[in-house]
Write a protein that binds this ligand. Sequence first.
Ligand SMILES: [Zn+2]
Length: 174
Amino acid sequence: MSLIEGRGEKVYILDASAIIFGFTSMEGTQVTCREIIDEVKFGGAALFRAAAMKEATARIVEPSEKYVEMVKKKKNEVGEIGLSEADIKLIAIALEFKDRGWHPVIVSADYSVQNMALIFNIDVEKIIHRGISKKIMWVSYCPSCKWVGEVFKGGRCPVCGAKLKRRPTSSSSE
Ligand SMILES: [Zn+2]
């Protein structure tokens, strides 16, 4: 990713829940990573529309490997196993923007992401505290044998042993 130097401008880094909830902010740039758009697109028609709309406004960026490694190292140090590859990339993107003089804000409802952001001293917009009465249901799925089941945080497929991924199955109003 080749970023222009920032002067403290806000950049919002959106996770899957931020996209599903239609997080919008008039100020600042909005970015996400390809994996997040894909994660949302797996979740069905309504989520697909949410992703398609967000794709139009959020810039998709790829973090530099250096920052991805930095996040992975810290994740292992603190034993935070609840992070997906997409989550790791989002935090890496935030670190990279920060290094370039921007003011990154991660928009997320995910506790593990919020926790890592705190550790790296990155601001978080906790969207569950913004009065949005929607819940995302997550399932784990196996990218190899297509097994689907309860969410295993950082777990492995009970059938073939591949590393599980997760995706949202629905978002519903309460
Ligand atoms: Zn499997």
